[in-house]
Design a protein around this ligand. Structure first.
Ligand SMILES: NC(=O)C1=CN([C@@H]2O[C@H](COP(=O)(O)OP(=O)(O)OC[C@H]3O[C@@H](n4cnc5c(N)ncnc54)[C@H](O)[C@@H]3O)[C@@H](O)[C@H]2O)C=CC1
Ligand SMILES: O=C(O)[C@H]1O[C@H](OP(=O)(O)OP(=O)(O)OC[C@H]2O[C@@H](n3ccc(=O)[nH]c3=O)[C@H](O)[C@@H]2O)[C@H](O)[C@@H](O)[C@@H]1O
Length: 456
């Protein structure tokens, strides 16, 4: 029986390995982590992450061919294939701080693999890493190899949170990069055999190591660029009376452009887009390509602009001050159907409003982390959040926000009552009929808002 071990039981390691175990009953999969609470949660009824469909997949294989453990060394020792899916955040200190990927966790995982291994292993980069990381990992492993043969593969993950199980069951493609040597091809084939249990052959792409590593950063940069492009258009729409949804639809019907990922928003968030673009920018700079670096940096600049533009809209609409006014925040997660609040645009919007001394009352359908709860006032119901508020800000596109009784909300709010829709989820005209003053990203402006400055 092939044995797989995955180091890192996070948003990627957990769901990815659960699906491998589910689709490959002949393979034994162990997911290991240094975090005891995380592993305990994976072994309980309350999984550490919320992802539609994940519970069923985990329940189906846990303790059969899927195991979660803190005994990292034992499972690495036993494995034929070791996936490394540890976090690779942006460096906060030292060389490349604020841009480069912090590979501390990766390096310590690689050193541990070298320490405990007694047999040949395929080591798979699942984390998103800078191009050429495989070379560094190879050096760490081979310098400590004790005669063991390691093959490094790059197998970046393209799942999106909220649709992880769907994405893993039916991926657009699986990408595997390896060394162009006989041993390298053999390792690529071994990993391909795992995915071929359920992924059609023509969707498993094989490349050299560097193409696979760079394709992951490129894919995230292209996706984020589309959002910044439509968000840049949203500002122009507001200035001209065009409607960003109509523009996006018209643009997206061109088959060369395509309709997906063109929803204007308060800005993109999540743990990866910004981190991966910063990483790309840093790699460009290190390779003497400042113009290319500047090009990608602009995607982040527009995203920051979009978030501050939204805050400025709120403050300027409400007589230029939100001091001591209750503002209800509906949605804190970085997108719907996830409990993840990492790098959510809601953090920047809330900070902006708190900077103007607003009193925030936050409601998200998913429970907030204890750290977030300590910093802001969270409530368990949208009606409680909006009671006596001057304004409602919608920051995540949860479906339940579309179904709220806005007449009830209006009746219980201070007047004039404002709605700032950062996700274009509500029917603005219906809300206007109730009496709200409504701002929707990239949509024709209310008379109230028209003459106010959009950006201070
Ligand atoms: N979150 C997402 O949707 C996606 C993330 N990625 C990439 O996948 C990687 C992992 O991301 P997430 O799963 O979101 O991170 P995460 O932070 O949820 O999980 C990483 C886990 O690795 C563990 N860990 C760190 N060092 C360790 C070590 N030496 N030994 C054992 N465990 C260790 C941590 O305790 C943590 O539980 C990142 O590189 C990210 O860019 C790629 C595609 C999607
Ligand atoms: O490397 C990663 O971590 C992953 O990053 C993204 O996945 P994720 O961040 O989970 O979620 P997305 O659906 O891409 O959304 C990212 C952000 O963009 C925003 N967004 C998305 C689409 C859109 O049209 N408009 C928009 O503002 C979302 O609300 C969210 O804040 C990519 O979609 C995945 O392919 C990739 O694997």
């Amino acid at each position: 029986m092939v044995k797989i071990c995955c180091i890192g039981a996070g948003y990627v390691g957990g769901p990815t390995m659960a699906v491998i175990a589910y689709k490959c009953p002949d393979i034994e999969v162990a997911v290991v982590d240094i975090s005891v609470p995380r592993i305990s949660a994976w072994n309980s009824d309350q999984l550490p992450i919320y992802e539609p469909g994940l519970d069923d997949v985990v329940k189906h294989c846990r303790c059969k061919n899927l195991f979660f453990s803190t005994d990292v060394e034992k499972h690495v020792f036993e494995a034929d294939i070791v996936f490394v899916s540890v976090n690779t955040p942006t460096k906060t200190r030292g060389l490349g701080a604020g841009k480069a990927a912090d590979l501390t966790y990766w390096e310590s995982a690689a050193r541990m693999i070298a320490d405990v291994s007694k047999s040949d292993k395929i080591v798979v980069e699942k984390s998103t890493v800078p191009v050429k990381t495989a070379e560094a990992i190879e050096k760490i492993l081979t310098h400590n190899s004790k005669g063991i043969n390691y093959q490094i593969l790059s197998n970046p993950e393209f799942l999106a949170e909220g649709t992880a199980i769907q994405d893993l069951f039916n991926p657009d493609r699986v990408l595997i990069g390896g060394r162009e040597t006989p041993e390298g091809y053999k390792a690529v084939k071994a990993l391909k055999d795992v995915y071929s249990h359920w992924v059609p052959e023509d969707r498993i792409l094989t490349t050299n190591l560097w193409s696979a590593e760079l394709s992951k950063l490129a894919a995230n940069a292209f996706l984020a660029q589309r959002i910044s492009s439509v968000n840049a258009m949203s500002a122009l729409c507001e200035a001209t009376g065009a409607d960003v949804s109509q523009v996006a639809y018209a643009v997206g019907t061109d088959s060369r452009i395509g309709p997906k990922f063109l929803n204007a928003s308060v800005g993109f968030g999540g743990s990866c887009f910004q981190k991966d673009i910063l990483n790309l920018v840093y790699i460009c700079e290190c390779n003497g390509l400042p113009e290319v670096a500047e090009y990608w940096k602009q995607v982040i600049k527009i995203n920051d602009y979009q978030k501050s533009r939204f805050v400025n809209r709120i403050v300027s609409s409400m007589f230029n001050t939100v001091a001591n006014k209750k503002v209800a925040i509906l949605g804190f997660a970085f997108k719907k159907d996830t409990g993840d609040t990492r790098e959510t645009p809601a953090i920047d919007v809330c900070q902006g409003l708190l900077g103007d001394k607003a009193q925030l009352s936050i409601y998200d359908p998913q429970p907030m982390s204890p750290t977030t709860k300590k910093k802001v006032h969270c409530v368990w119901d949208a009606y409680e959040a909006t009671k006596d508020a001057h304004a409602v800000c919608i920051l995540t596109e949860w479906d339940e926000f579309k179904k709220l009784d806005f007449q009830r909300i209006y009746d219980n709010m201070q007047k004039p009552a404002f709605v700032f829709d950062g996700r274009n989820v509500v029917d603005a005209n219906k809300l206007r009929e109730i009496g709200f003053i409504v701002y929707s990203i990239g949509k024709p402006l209310d008379a109230w808002l028209k003459d106010l400055p959009a950006v201070a």
